[in-house]
Design a protein around this ligand. Sequence first.
Ligand code: LLP
Length: 420
Amino acid sequence: MNPAFAYREGRLHAEDVPVEDLAARFGTPCYVYSRGALEARYLAFVDAFAGHPVRVCYAVKANGNLAVLDVLAGHGAGFDIVSGGELARVLAAGGDPQRVVFSGACKLEDEIRAALAQDIACFNVESEPELYRLSELAVEAGREARIAIRVNPDVEAGGHRHISTGRREHKFGIALEDAGSLVVRAMTLPGLKLEGVACHIGSQMMALEPLAAALAQVADFARAVQADGVALRHVDAGGGLGIDHHGQVAPTPAQYAEVVLGALAGLGLDIVLEPGRAIAGPAGLLLTRVAYVKQGHGRKFALVDAAMNDLLRPALYEAWHDILPARAGAAPDAEPIDVVGPVCETGDFLGRDRELAVVPGDLLAVADGGAYGFVMSSNYNARPRACEVMVAGAEARVVRRRETTEELWRGEARFKEALP
Ligand code: LLP
């Protein structure tokens, strides 16, 4: 885990604050983000590409809390968005729209209009119909949309099948053999300026060979486009770098940079990156308290106050998150225990077969909760969403307060009182 979360004298700390203090002040479940870790992980990308023209566009979908976006914007980050809502978040956080790239296979008209109005840096176009739609809307708005063609290199990125995106059968991008004719269209349609080639093959990548194979094809394609006389400006290599996971060590940003720079060498193009998890994941954790310990038949359960509605990844992808006690100590009576939440689903678990010695009232920290954690949370089982706290040194602040129960039905009305 990131050193931002470490034991000192047996107590787990978030930067300089014991997580027990955070839980006492803010309650549980509670997401905790380390500002220092966010900064360090963002800067690791920038440093790894030092001396090369690179734009790091953080993938907002990983964690779009305004405080997180603000920290990254403060260091000059750009942003990769996939919706009008994410664009609005970037603007609300003070991010620069001219450093925004817009990905996604189904950009809706209002979202495109909003992005055109903000004159964002680039639309990563994923289909021919989208190209036509964008051209029409750009003309209507009196704007020129800068675009990149997102190709689908038909490469398996590894990782869970739900988060792999670069195979032919996936909805993302344009098959390489169709991309050439799209370039011709893009050059003739009004309101468009073709500036780049993009790809993104998947997430939580623990090996770089698939990325190298994909980028080699992207580079070939970019060269062909350049040979046709198109003045490209950039290649967007997407996101996807994994994080250390269940004892496996992910490639470092430096190793990642070596592969990206190697594959794109000689093109003379700027490089755009869209990392999400690698920046935010290890910079956060989820605090949860044990409510009950239950001895089942052949299975023991720690019933905790966080559930799949707070952190969906274990239920959805069988993802592994380390679960750490707030107080380290000899736990001779540790035995395999399932850490499960209050939601009424068998799939509601945070971790299975963990070696933990717990009693009711104990505080646990679910690691790597900074990416795809809070953003994927829901109100299932009428559970208010957790609060989010950011820590910087010895200071902790609530960057999103816990939802209230009344907010659960905000916007609802009984039929007899509802507006037609
Ligand atoms: N760019 C594009 C076009 C993407 O689709 C994604 C992620 C990223 C960048 C950022 O990828 P990252 O660097 O974070 O791997 N909910 C899943 C992950 C879904 C990722 C979707 N796209 C999870 O919890 O594992």
